[in-house]
Design a protein around this ligand. Structure first.
Ligand SMILES: Nc1ncnc2c1ncn2[C@@H]1O[C@H](COP(=O)(O)OP(=O)(O)OP(=O)(O)O)[C@@H](O)[C@H]1O
Length: 267
């Protein structure tokens, strides 16, 4: 581990789409063993930040370092080899496959024999397949959904499908897990359970998540970074961020103006 304990670091990331600057000089650190939340109003650039870290979007400028080494040109298909995994805002599951098959699909990079071995039906491929299925089952058990392992995803409740998506990311045993809106669409009870699950992953797995559900974020995260119009406008503990006037303005409009308006209404 690098001395500064930052597992992931971004320095001066800039991304534009056409003339639209979506990330402006974004510098942040994800400390090893922590749960870092990235929040901000709609369109602030949160998902673009994830996409840049994962290599789906090439930055115009800036630098990414993972565990002290530059991640010069991250390639999505190689991320798990670096020890990074992510979930998507949509679930991205194969709805016609079972929960177990979906999770195995997330683990295939661990296979030694690869596609060629599987096509040739080599004994190694058989052994690999059994090992992958066993690893996938273990993660489903860890997330409390092993009872649904052989059910087709299309027929599973949304909350269970979200857990399958999480299991698929976890099966590679990532050092850094990126979660894009993990609480979206869940009931309050499921959100509470999810917070416990994510808390249980750290410190072995460092977590960076993008989320709109404020209670979830405030209760779960060790640190927050706030993006607004592609810029980092605040960072700190949830309590520090909550009381930051710039953050309040970004979310609620200018509080001073809001109070003045309210006074006017009562006058
Ligand atoms: N591939 C793209 N091409 C053009 N514009 C894009 C692209 N991806 C994102 N954008 C624009 O970039 C801005 C930031 O989008 P992004 O999805 O990163 O924001 P966000 O903070 O994740 O928003 P939300 O909370 O609504 O998911 C938006 O104005 C969006 O329309």
């Amino acid at each position: 581990m690098a001395e500064d304990q930052a597992l992931l670091r971004t320095e001066g990331l800039c991304v534009s789409f056409g003339g639209l600057e979506v990330l402006r000089q974004v510098s942040l650190e994800v400390r090893a063993g922590c749960v870092l939340g990235v929040i901000g109003p709609n369109g602030a650039g949160k998902t673009t930040l994830f996409n840049t870290i994962c290599g789906f979007v090439r930055p115009d400028a800036g630098r990414l370092t993972f565990d002290g080494a530059e991640l010069a040109r991250p390639r999505p298909e190689r991320l798990t080899r670096h020890g990074i995994a992510r979930t998507l805002q949509g679930l991205g599951l194969f709805t016609g496959l079972t929960a177990l098959e979906n999770v195995v699909a997330g683990a295939t990079h661990r296979s030694r024999t690869g596609l060629a071995g599987a096509l040739l039906a080599s004994p190694w491929a058989d052994r690999d397949e059994r090992a992958l299925a066993s690893a996938a089952m273990e993660v489903l058990r860890q997330l409390g959904i092993d009872g649904d392992a052989h059910r087709v995803c299309a027929g599973l409740p949304y909350g269970v499908r979200k857990r399958v998506a999480l299991a698929r990311a976890l099966v590679s045993r990532p050092r850094l897990l990126l979660l894009d809106e993990p609480a979206a669409g869940l009931s309050e009870a499921e959100i509470g359970e999810l917070a416990e699950t994510v808390r249980g992953l750290a410190p072995a797995t460092t977590v960076m998540l993008v989320e709109h559900h404020m209670d979830f974020v405030m209760n779960l995260c060790d640190e927050l970074v706030v993006l607004d119009f592609g810029e980092v406008i605040a960072r700190g503990t949830p309590a520090e961020v909550r009381s930051d006037p710039q953050v309040q303005r970004a979310y609620l409009g200018d509080p001073v103006a809001a109070v003045a308006e309210e006074d006017g209404a009562h006058a």
